[in-house]
Ligand binder design. Sequence first.
Ligand code: GLC
Length: 729
Amino acid sequence: MAEIGDIDKRVGLLLGKMTLREKIGQMVQVSYRGGGISDDLKHRLREGRIGSMLNGVPPEINAEIQRIAVEESRLGIPLIMGRDVVHGFRTIFPIPLGQAATWDPPLAEACARAAAGEAAAAGIHWTFAPMMDIARDPRWGRIAESFGEDPYLTSRFAEAAVRGFQGKDLAAPDAIAACAKHFAGYGAAEGGRDYDTANIPERLLRDVYLPPFKAAVDAGTATVMTAFNEIDGVPTTGNGRLLRGMLRDEWGFGGFVVSDWESVAEMVAHGFCEDDKEAAQKALAAGVDMEMQSSAYADHLESLVSEGAVPGKLIDNAVRRILKVKFGLGLFEKPPIYAASSSKAPSRENLDLAKQAALKSVVLLKNKNKILPLSKERSPIAVIGPLADDAYEILGTWNRDGRIEDTVTPLAGIRKLLGDSAEIHYAAGLEYSRSRDTGQFARAVELARQSKAVIFFGGEEAILSGEAHSRACLKLPGAQSELIEEIAGAGTPVVLVILAGRPLTIGDVSEKVDAVLYAWHPGTMGGSALADLIFGIEAPSGKLPVTFPQTEGQIPVYYAHKNTGRPPDRTPLTMLEDIPRRAAQSSLGDAARYLDIGYLPLYPFGYGLSYAEFAYGGLQISSDKIRRGENLRVSVQVTNIGNVDAEEVAQLYVRDLSASVTRPVKELKGFQRVRLKAKQTKTIVFDLSAEILGFHDGEMRYVVEPGEFHLWVGGDSRADLRAEFQIVE
Ligand code: GLC
């Protein structure tokens, strides 16, 4: 590999040779639209009018496009090829929400590393990932791509994914540039409606929505992508306070910013710009270096500069940042990937990694009478449901290069695991998740009746989550609930496995079955992992990265909520059905809750059962007083009081009881995944720095205030093993 040398010097030399038109060309990203390389595209490549392409092209087309750009243009600047390698390239890992459920950032880093290797070999230089939008509304389809509701957990996964994609050397042949997206506040869309307005007070923005991006910048992400939404009237793509103010001036981000798909031009629809020309001017002024897909930059920047409306140095600075990433990737040195290999079949190593990730992502929500793990002696076994043998849906949203022929479906995984040691019978019951055709019900119910156990695989097709796929009703789609109810009526124990891209309101169906496993969309090896979990080869160890609401009306519901002046548990709770006729106004208590469902979630953040049981004790802290800049050492003993080896995720939560602004009742500030043999005890130690207990005060300064704090350690956000300490001046 040729020595990259002094990138800044090389960028400066190249920039000095470029015409204005060629500079603007570097700021233009267009999507390959299929159908081969048009004459117009060839012309624009030869003119140096395109700096990047996306949506991955067949490798041979990719190679020819790159060849034209490098060999037939005046300066031969390689294109940076982008693609949504969100949770895998050819080997598909669990969707990011599922990866977050592993609470294992190093595992997610390994998945990103593997994906980078596969993508780079196919000529991809840049992924539009990790997505790190805080998501507290499961109606929002893109919660599937997020790492959930919590800033601390999301930050750990965001930095891990950046490290995974980029590796230690961005110029290495298996490294691709990461892209922290969508900056910022996209997950706060009103009503969970994708693209809708986000009204986020600055303190909430800085304390909840921005920390994962700061973690990604500190981890060295090469790029950042803006979001489609506005924040309080200003679209992020035209938001100078956000892009130049926070991202560049406060955080020192040195990479480049790309818009989201046509989000520059969409500022006209937002009503923030009169036309594309003004959109180009505002986006550049705000700090967008590269425009994805729309052509405001290509069409108007040259005239804006000649009219003196845009200073040429803004263009130079944008191009300098883009070229720095291209040089940093070694694109000028790498043997131009003209012969990018078409996507090869997944390696055994990557498939094993995908299985590990799937195994750790699945969350055990219910296990009545310890029906799980199933014994193969419980034969015959009925495998039923629209997602039991579907090789496509299990891959989830944002799958671009995963292939169904690589997938192990749940039915295939169970059959492979059990061989002929048990009788396995299969009935879909419903052809696909949204189907309301009950024509196959009778056969499925009869099969259940004749079996000793039923494993029902239901949930959402992949298309029901992801971008532009918000849902207002979060029940199981189609007639799945009805089918589950009829099957449960057959009297055979039922294990329900849900594959979905979001929390669903599954309270009703959960009551009708004996066990519930939540598998998200677990990817290429999901079926193999589920077989191992259901039959006890491995115990489930996933924990929820997002709160499950009882019903949509409860949304937003998340654990790190404020206490309010009338906390939900301050007076006895009288449920709707227990209210006496003509009850006195004051008789129902006066607290922040609902008459019909109270205030508890269906399942809390951090929750997940195991085939073992874990006891926490011996909580000790190194001092009951610490100062700013100091650490508090927290140790706790965790014992596996069960009879099988298993893994637990110990979680550390903290509360600042009183501060200059109100603080959440709990905030996750540490977690550790630990493997414990049956009856084994381990001591887990957290080093809690006072610095991370701060927040943005009334003047928007990040402060760590003195005062009383509580901390808890446990297996989910209801942790009640408590210690108290103070931060003192
Ligand atoms: C999309 C998404 C973004 C993605 C980009 C390129 O609309 O919002 O996450 O990376 O376009 O596909």
